[in-house]
Design a protein around this ligand. Structure first.
Ligand code: ZN
Length: 172
């Protein structure tokens, strides 16, 4: 009779331990699920706006002094690490980035976005962009001239004067 009692006690203890262990595992599992869902939401956020350079793939946000962006007519924003990458991407013969509703570059002195079509670009200066020799944008011709003197620039170009020939000159 005594043996039987001990057996029941042990059985009860084993059942109690195994059930508490299971609860713990379930709790952990639920936590993992939650974590995975959170991560998923984060990924979705990142894919809604891609900041990687549309030409070379570098993270454009790491070059706030030089990065540029364009808005396609479909309303999609494409970012670039530099003025150079933006022009290369749009001037490529097979580029799909032809109909630009808006394109913006960084004004060198103000570090603010300005219209790419209205900017004045200095070539051949001693200020390199993230991809080497670059076109340095300015909001006014006066600022571009000042920069030319300060940084040994070669010439000032308007948006429409920039073609693949100019870009090839930068890559020498
Ligand atoms: Zn780039």
């Amino acid at each position: 009779m005594k043996n039987h009692f001990v057996f029941v006690l042990i059985l009860g203890l084993v059942l109690f331990l195994s059930s508490s262990c299971q609860n713990k595992e379930e709790g952990q599992h639920a936590h993992e699920m939650q974590h995975a869902e959170g991560q998923h939401a984060h990924e979705a956020e990142e894919t809604s706006q891609n900041y990687d350079c549309g030409n070379c793939g570098m993270p454009s946000q790491e070059y706030p002094q030089f990065h540029s962006k364009i808005k396609t007519e479909a309303g999609k924003e494409v970012w670039f690490c530099s003025t150079k990458c933006m022009f290369i991407a749009t001037l490529k013969p097979k580029s799909i980035l032809k109909n630009l509703a808006e394109s913006q570059v960084m004004d060198y002195y103000d570090s603010k976005f300005i219209s790419a079509k209205e900017a004045f670009y200095v070539t051949g200066s001693d200020v390199p962009g993230p991809m080497g020799a670059d076109l340095i944008p300015h909001k006014s011709k006066e600022a571009a001239e000042e920069f030319m003197k300060e940084h040994k620039g070669k010439e000032i170009l308007s948006f429409d004067e920039i073609n693949m020939q100019v870009m090839k000159g930068l890559m020498k």
